[in-house]
Write a protein that binds this ligand. Structure first.
Ligand SMILES: NC(=O)c1ccc[n+]([C@@H]2O[C@H](COP(=O)([O-])OP(=O)(O)OC[C@H]3O[C@@H](n4cnc5c(N)ncnc54)[C@H](O)[C@@H]3O)[C@@H](O)[C@H]2O)c1
Length: 309
């Protein structure tokens, strides 16, 4: 079923790549592409619309800076954010992006109160929390794309290492969307445990590579960061909502106290369908994974404190 309207806030690298994929896959009749820099959003929209004839897609993209354009969106994806500039600490960036997400969330609440909101902006888990607080929407309708990208990166590495098709790999990455993510050795290849293909030290190396992949890309690019795989990971979520496919996708979601770690946002496998998060799953955690998840909770609370100080 084709959606009526998807809005993408932030027409930068990830936002424009996402609009491009939505157009190619004909997932929505319209896309509202919003950016603080309206000329930029308009320019990207013009360029994308010029491909409609060649790609035989009737998806139409409108570039705007005013939020009335997000009215009645079924899904809103938020990629707006400031990049980290020289001399800026992580905490400075956290405060700047929290300010952006807070004001964007209020606009979403005003203009499109029935939408499902997918956050992309980093630091992701905190931004999901800020969006939840400022929209007041149910936590089923506000969540973040992060662990599915990390999982896809792990699957890519496992496939390269073993020669097995990515289609037969079931990666499991949870926790913080940061270099301290939880890359689980409970990931599977077909029905087999990972250790049947890769020795423990080999998996440790793949884990390291997965945790550092974002930085590796930034180091190569020099300016900018990953855009294609993040956009593809958002499309996977949009399709699961659109088709009500009840697919298991790890997303950054609000945990109420599921692991006895209090209330915080982190990456967990969730069942995704037409209502957004249909169910938060609770995988069995190994002792070292429990430890890492409790580190995530602690780090989340510290960052939250820094936001409110
Ligand atoms: N969750 C993930 O897995 C993941 C992956 C990649 C990137 N990211 C994050 O996504 C965000 C976007 O990345 P990017 O590479 O597209 O950045 P980018 O700098 O290319 O684009 C960001 C866009 O946001 C716009 N913007 C800034 N403030 C705005 C506001 N108040 N309202 C509307 N638009 C605003 C900017 O003008 C810019 O066009 C970053 O925070 C990045 O760290 C997350």
């Amino acid at each position: 079923m084709i959606m009526e309207k998807i809005s993408v806030i932030g027409a930068g690298s990830v936002g424009s790549s996402l609009a491009w994929l939505i157009l190619i896959n004909k997932l929505s009749k319209r896309i509202s592409l919003i950016d603080i820099d309206e000329d930029w959003a308009k320019g990207i929209a013009c360029d994308l619309n010029d491909s409609r004839f060649i790609l035989k897609s009737d998806t139409f993209i409108e570039g705007r800076s005013d939020y009335s354009a997000v009215k009645d969106s079924e899904i809103i994806v938020v990629t707006a954010g400031s990049p980290r500039k020289p001399g800026m600490s992580r905490q400075d960036l956290l405060k700047i992006n929290a300010g952006i997400i807070s004001s964007v969330s209020k606009e979403i609440k005003k203009h499109s109160p029935g939408s499902i909101v997918i956050l992309v902006t980093n630091p992701l888990d905190l931004m999901v929390y800020v969006a939840l607080e400022n929209t007041g929407f149910s936590s089923k309708r506000v969540f973040g794309m992060g662990s599915s990208l990390d999982s896809s990166r792990l699957a890519n590495f496992i496939s390269q290492e073993t020669g097995v098709s990515v289609k037969d790999i079931t990666p499991l990455v949870m926790g913080m969307h940061s270099k301290d993510m939880l890359v689980s050795k409970q990931s599977k290849i077909g029905v087999f445990g990972i250790e049947e293909f890769i020795p423990a030290e080999g998996f440790l190396a793949l884990k390291e590579k997965t945790c550092n992949r974002g930085k590796e890309i930034v180091d190569y690019l020099k300016k900018g960061s990953a855009r294609f795989a993040p956009a593809a990971a958002v499309v996977e979520i949009i399709e699961a909502i659109d088709k009500d496919s009840q697919k298991i996708i790890p997303v950054s979601c609000l945990l109420e106290n599921e692991f006895s770690l209090g209330k915080f946002c982190t990456g967990m496998p969730c069942v995704i369908g037409k209502n957004g998060i249909e169910k938060v799953l609770q995988p069995h955690l190994l002792p070292e994974e429990k430890k890492l998840l409790s580190e995530s909770a602690r780090s989340f609370q510290e960052s939250l404190k820094c936001l409110t100080d």
